[in-house]
Design a protein around this ligand. Structure first.
Ligand code: PLP
Length: 392
């Protein structure tokens, strides 16, 4: 039995604010009626402001994996080639799904600890003289590594190579937490889920779709029913069809989440995320003394504003630290994914969070490092406190 609050510091799902829980705590309404139409209209208009787009956004009852798959089946035919910008576990997995659908997947190789190099992307696309590459698939914020990737510069690279490839971007752990601009950055397909920056339960996913992406659906030959964007879109600029029962309660929650983001102001939301991320980074830098843990993301300009992955010195088990945090201090952290399992733990600092939640969690981690016998410098929490005091 744990007493007190559970400190949920996973990089998704994230804390669901009481306001959102209360907004969902009500009876069902008829999803074919005018009231629901009014709620969903407000939601899609709000989502467009968060995506920074005037183009359509579609929703599905699904997790992010579903929205990944929707992008694949709507845009491509068997044998089409796509270029995956390698960033970590999630980029690799999007590629594996594309392969399962019979696409030819090429990987733009990249060190997981660093951001994708737009110059390398440009060079590869320039080389593709016959334009065999139909799309570039990238992850804005690689949740497995805590590295964020330069989407605007990657768009410029595609343009500089004068390449017609579609640009599809997973914003699952960036949207609503730090800056993303679908239209300005020329992103054709944006994939996101409900359970991170949008602060909702897991179970809905959304896709922003450019006119160029909608045009590409006509030539795509992969079979699709549930995910078929043409069917979902109808004639308008907004979703007009649902497969089966509409998840009405998600819309109550989404409406409240969007109202909360707009009341705080998106720029203030981003500034809050930056501050909490920087406090976390200061703590990890202090722990780094005595050959202690370090940030997995080595390039300071690409250290994520929503998640910090903390790499332990060789020979130490990150999952043991994580278990201590959970069992002794009721603090939940993310673990290492795929080949990173056991080597690092991840601190999610996104969604509905404040300074005290971050400081409390950093304190638990600092104690757990000691209990697990991991060498580290003391004073991580003090460094975070000092930064927060200086920036209050
Ligand atoms: N892409 C990224 C960057 C993610 O962080 C995640 C989940 O954490 C996914 C994709 C998969 O999303 P879901 O778990 O909602 O299917």
């Amino acid at each position: 039995m744990a007493n007190g609050w559970h400190f949920f510091m996973n990089p998704g799902p994230t804390n669901i604010p009481d306001r959102i829980l209360r907004a969902m705590d009500r009876g069902t309404v008829d999803f074919t009626g005018a009231l629901f139409k009014q709620i969903s209209d407000e939601c899609f208009a709000g989502l467009q402001r968060v995506f920074k787009t005037t183009q359509p956004i579609l929703g599905y009852a699904a997790t992010g994996h579903g929205a990944w798959e929707a992008a694949i089946v709507n845009l491509f035919s068997p044998g089409d080639k796509v270029l995956i910008a390698e960033s970590g576990y999630f980029s690799v997995n999007w590629g594996l799904r594309a392969e399962a659908f019979g696409l030819e997947v090429e990987t733009l190789a990249n060190d997981w600890r660093r951001p994708v190099d737009p110059a390398k992307l440009e060079a590869r696309l320039r080389d593709d003289r016959n334009h065999e590459i139909k799309a570039v698939l990238a992850v804005h914020n690689e949740t497995s590594t805590g590295v964020s990737h330069p989407i605007a510069a990657m768009r410029q690279a595609i343009d500089a190579a004068k390449h017609p490839a579609l640009f599809c971007v997973d914003t699952i752990s960036s949207l609503g937490s730090f800056d993303f601009r679908m239209d300005e950055w020329g992103v054709d397909v944006v994939v996101v889920g409900s359970q991170k920056g949008l602060m909702l339960p897991t179970g809905m996913a959304f896709t922003g779709i450019s006119a160029k992406a909608i045009a590409a659906t006509a030539a795509a030959k992969l079979p699709r029913v549930y995910w078929d964007w043409r069917r979902l879109l109808g004639q308008g600029n907004q979703q007009d069809y649902w497969n089966g029962t509409v998840p009405v309660h998600f819309f109550y929650g989404l409406r409240e989440a969007l109202r909360m983001l707009e009341e705080e102001g998106l720029d203030n939301v981003f500034a809050r995320h930056h501050r909490l991320a920087e406090a976390t980074r200061r703590a990890v830098r202090a722990w780094r003394q005595n050959d202690g843990p370090e940030l997995y993301a080595v390039d300071p300009s690409a250290q994520s504003e929503s998640v910090s992955a903390v790499l332990l010195p060789e020979g130490f088990d990150a999952d043991a630290v994580r278990q201590l945090c959970l069992e002794k201090f009721n603090v939940s952290l993310g673990g290492g994914l795929g080949p990173l399992k056991g080597t690092l733990f991840r601190i999610g600092h996104l969604g509905d969070l404040n300074e005290t939640m971050v400081l409390g969690s950093l304190a638990a981690i600092e104690v757990a490092l000691g209990l697990a016998g991991v060498p580290h410098g003391k004073g991580g929490v003090a460094a975070a406190m000092e930064y927060l005091a200086d920036t209050v």
